[in-house]
Design a protein around this ligand. Structure first.
Ligand code: FMN
Length: 455
């Protein structure tokens, strides 16, 4: 690779704060702080100047000596910098800068020979950010900022690259966990088990391994109103649903432990469900019980439903694709959880058939679905409040709704089965939804009664 000779340099992130007094230096960054003791004054003042700057380690030592420092203090400077490696920015100017984004961002340059090869991790990806073009990876506790000069190297990394082509830059990418020597990554059985997107989602939807905003940040509070607690139902012919007496249900239900212990996934049916059964199931598992206005600490409308929901946001919506149901025409319906009624949607028959075919496939062809309940998410309900974990929270909410359906259906003698896959594009088309605004995140089959359970 041609271009100016690359220069290794160190510095601190622009947002690092250095507190130094009486030999005690504390460096605070968004993800944590480190404290060093016994630091000479001459080293203290160099460290204070490091945030947002870069310098060669030898240049820093020369600066210390030029300012009247002793050679012993210069030796302490090298030692201090080596102890600070996990919190420093490591740059290969003018190609790239490696900045720590998490605690314990170990950074150790590997011993590589010119004939070794280095490969980019299959988990690494490039994206545009406020810092410019950045290389990130769930395998790394660093972020690498790339300059235009780094583009030939990046392009070359489509394949393994000989170390002699770019020794400094490649060693820095390996030290940052963005690349690896030889076939180390392919040989790691723990890593082979991860899909690229799953590992990225895992690393970013929990705290500790990145420096992104996380948790209840209410980042859109000043820009966008929160989505309403209850979605405005679409236009369409309404089908009123049966609302059971909960007192009667409580008497008729088997004991809780019997329900829990007899719950199973059922994929063969004795009979299709009735409209009355569907009404009871939806009422007991998914209706809106109450709507609450904003309160201090929760500046958005919330609701109560029979299942728990993160932040009481209740972003999940239900759509029914009906093949057979006594008392209800086949077709596609939206469940209005406040009005407790179905709203008929104008789905094309081929989309209805395709929804049912995809559900059947998810059971390995075992079920011939009578009623498919598809769960969609109004994503902005959750992301208006939460940064980083919004989608993970939605999937957890789908899980608790699944279990609520399982338990109510079991208590009612119906045939429940959760599904782990569904076609989000097809569902958006069948339900007339914008994929990015509200799309499917879960599917659940429901039959009238399990096969073998009698009429
Ligand atoms: C999140 C989740 C996804 C599932 N996905 C499917 C699926 O796609 N197809 C299917 O036939 N069963 C699916 N099931 C049902 C499981 O196969 C079933 O719960 C498991 O085999 C245990 O059996 P049991 O539910 O009868 O106790 C799923 C269950 C859950 C909780």
């Amino acid at each position: 690779m041609t271009g100016p000779a690359p220069m290794p340099m160190v510095g601190l992130r622009e947002d690092a704060v250095v507190d130094a007094a009486d030999g005690v230096v504390t460096i605070t960054q968004p993800f944590g702080a480190v404290t060093l003791r016994g630091v000479p004054r001459a080293v203290e003042s160099l460290l204070r100047e490091l945030p947002g700057t870069l310098a060669g380690e030898d240049d820093l030592a020369e600066r210390l000596l030029a300012a009247g420092g002793t050679s012993q203090e210069a030796a302490v400077l090298y030692l201090t910098l080596s102890r600070l490696h996990p919190v420093l920015v490591h740059a290969v100017e003018p190609l790239l800068r490696v900045a720590p984004i998490a605690r314990d961002a170990g950074f150790r340059l590997p011993a590589l020979t010119p004939q070794d090869t280095v490969s980019l991790s299959r988990f690494a990806f490039v994206r545009r950010s406020e810092q410019g073009l950045v290389l990130e990876s769930p395998m790394s506790r660093h972020r690498v900022t790339l300059t235009e000069d780094a583009m030939p190297l990046l392009a070359a990394l489509a394949r393994p690259v000989l170390v002699k082509e770019a020794p400094e830059a490649l060693a820095h990418l390996v030290a940052a966990g963005m690349a690896f020597a030889g076939d180390a990554e392919e040989r790691d059985p723990a890593l082979r088990a991860w899909d690229f997107h799953d590992l990225l989602f895992h690393s970013r939807s929990r705290s500790g391994r990145h420096d992104q905003p996380f948790g209840a940040t209410f980042r859109f509070a000043d820009e966008l109103p929160p989505e309403p607690a209850v979605k405005r139902p679409p236009e369409g012919a309404a089908v009123e649903l049966y609302a059971p007496s909960l007192e009667e249900a409580a008497v008729a239900d088997p004991p809780f432990t019997t329900v829990l212990e007899s719950r199973r996934s059922v994929r063969e049916y004795a009979a299709p469900p009735t409209l009355r059964q569907l009404g009871e199931l939806l009422y007991r598992a998914a209706r809106v019980k109450d709507v609450h206005g904003p309160v201090p600490g929760r500046p958005y409308e919330a609701s109560s439903r029979p299942y728990p929901g993160g932040g009481a946001a209740y972003e999940l919506e239900l759509y029914l694709t009906v093949a057979r149901c006594e008392g209800l025409d086949g077709g596609v319906y939206y469940y209005d959880p406040l009005g407790h009624r179905l709203v008929t949607l104008p789905a094309r028959p081929e989309d209805t058939r395709a929804m049912l075919a995809v559900a059947r496939l998810a059971t390995g062809g075992l079920a011939d679905p009578d009623v498919l309940i598809t769960v969609t998410s109004r994503f902005r309900r959750v992301s208006w409040k939460y940064s980083g974990l919004a989608y993970a929270a939605t999937l957890k909410n789908v899980g608790v709704l699944y279990q609520t359906f399982y338990l109510v259906a079991t208590a009612m003698g119906m045939a429940p089965c959760a599904l782990g896959s569904g076609d989000a594009d097809l569902a958006a088309r069948a339900f007339g939804l914008d994929w990015a605004t509200e799309s499917s995140v879960g599917d659940f089959l429901i039959g009238g009664a399990p096969a073998g359970s009698g009429p």
